[in-house]
Structure formats: structure tokens, C-alpha cells
Design a protein around this ligand. Sequence first.
Ligand SMILES: [Zn+2]
Length: 372
Amino acid sequence: MPRRFPRVPDTREDVRGRYAAGMPLPDSTVRLLERMPKAELHLHLDGSLRIDTAIEIARSRGVDAPLTWHGMSGVLVGPPRSADQAALLGAFDLPIALMQDAEALERITAELVEDKAADNVRYVEIRWDPLLHVGGGLPLAEGIEAVVAGAERAARATGTAVRLTCTAIRSHEPEANARLAETAARFRDRGLSGWDYAGQEARYPDPRVARRAFDAARAGGLHITLHAGEWGGAPQVRRALEMDPERIAHGPGTADDAALMAELRTRGICLDLCPTSNAQAMIVPSVAAHPLARLHRAGVPVTLSTDDLTVSDLTLSEEYRNVVERTGLTLPELWAIDRFALDVAFAEEATLAPLRAQFAAWGAGIHELTAE
Ligand SMILES: [Zn+2]
């Protein structure tokens, strides 16, 4: 039986109550979604700490934080609704304070892979900003090395394939982000395959200020993605396109702009969507109102992820259930989106082809996944 991530009952019920819009799925379907092999492309390391681990690290490093499970979860789990994206980002302050040495980074990365493997996520991309973890004196390359080592160890132990993405933060100086890209690219042969750009979008709306960092990442062989549309809707997604990404993190506002949808379709640029997280940040009014199904049916490439295991208190199986229960996405559509993630993943064919075959073999003969 896969290990269950510890839950926060009060918050969870609140989320369920506020977001409930459809009929609950039968238990047999819930179990099917748990067993389903899954691929997750949009997941932040610092939003995904185990509560027990956070308490242990706070205690051993003398970090000022609640030392009870309830107290710690109250800080690390984001509220069901925040005022906006910037407010939800406050949930990352304590995790970052706890992740300032190599041992903590290595452990937290490995545990996240273990938790994803227990949820039958067979391919996962984990992203983080190494520059946020050097405040305690940890050299940048050593911090990256620790995350790489944790990912490698847990991938071997669980069989889940892992790739890492380096996330630059909008508020950093462009020069610092450019140096980060150069350092990150040195780890390309060890599974660090992606480059991302994230952070407070309303305050730092224009990704072009980081063009040199994007150029350095591309020159270093990294795949390009960036966050967009957590504020500002479709125009922010258009702005992101100027960086020529392969994928965009979020961007649900694309659904309001038919020409933009057509452009993403034509260019094959994928949106890595996270409905519950978007509802938490008030980017969409509710999971039920999220345009995932509409975008998919319009032929826009999309994948489905949680964004954060702990901040959203959410497994990927639960998010799969949420979208089927609340957005009207059918099981065959969900299964197609799940497998499609392996077509846009930032990994090489030698890793992805066997995973595609495993997924197909698992789904063969399961009537609910193929019947229209
Ligand atoms: Zn994200």
C-alpha cells in the first residue's frame, strides 16, 4: 500500500467544501486513478516538504518555527484561497529557511521523489531556485549537487524517473540569473534538463529582462519553460512566448484569447496546468471554473500537475480526481493528458519511450479509459 502523505483535515475539508461542484466519483474510479501510472511536469521542491521532516530540520538547525505537526502544517499548507499569487508565495518563506544546507536539500528532494513514487507518479520533473538556498553560506554548485544527488538516489530506489528544472526568480538581478543558468547547465548530464522563470508576476511582469539568462540556459542545452499568467491573464502568456519556450507553467487565461490558443496549437507550446493551485491563488474562481477541459478540447497542448504537494496539500491522484469530478473532463481525456506529458517532458527518448510503453500496457483493456 503506498504511503499516504499526512493530511491536514481542517484545511482539506475547507478546500473540498469551497471547491465542490460535481458528483463524487465512485470508489472504484478513485482507486483506478491512484493505480494509474502518472507523469508530473510542474512541481516545486520548496512547496513540497514533509511536515515531519520540516519539524526535524527546524529543531536540529534551530530555525524559529512551530515544532508540532499541527503548527508546522498550519504554516506550510497554504490557505484554500489567498488574496493573489503574491500572497500565496508567502507559504514558501519557511521552507526556504529550512533548506539552507546540502543535507536538508538532498533529503527533501529524495523524500519528494519517494512520495511521488508512492502515488504511482512514474516520471516527475522537480523545479527549484538554487539561489534561494545559498543564504546560509552554501556554495551555489554544492546546493545544486545536493538536489541532484537526492534525485538520483531516490530514482534508483523507487524506479520513478526524475528530471530537474532550475527556476530563476523574477526578483533576482538579471546578472545573478545569468550566472545561475551557466552553473545549472553544468549539471545537464545528471538530469538537470530544464530552465524556468517564476516569482511575483505583477511586480516583475516582463521576462525579457532575463533574456541573457534564458540565452545562457539555451546555449547550455537546457529546455526552456517559464511561469506566466499567474497574474495578468492572456497578455502575460503572450509575453512569455517572446522567450520562445517549449512549455509554459500555468497560463489558464489563454482560454480567453482564441488567437492565442491557435498560436499555442500551431507552435505546439504546452501549458502545464495546476487547477487547485490556481484556485488557491485566485487566478481562477474555483477548480470547477478552470479551463483545463476547454483548452484540451480546443487542441491546446496541456498537462496536469499539482504545483506543490504541501502548499496545496494535494497528491496528483487527488488532482486527477478533482478535475474529473469538477471540470467535466472525462476519464479518456484525462488518460490522454496524462500520457501526453511524456511527449513534452524534458527528458531524452531513451527514458521516455519505455515509459510510454509501460503506460500503454497498463491502460490496455481498461474500458473506462478508452470508451467515449
Ligand atoms: Zn509553479
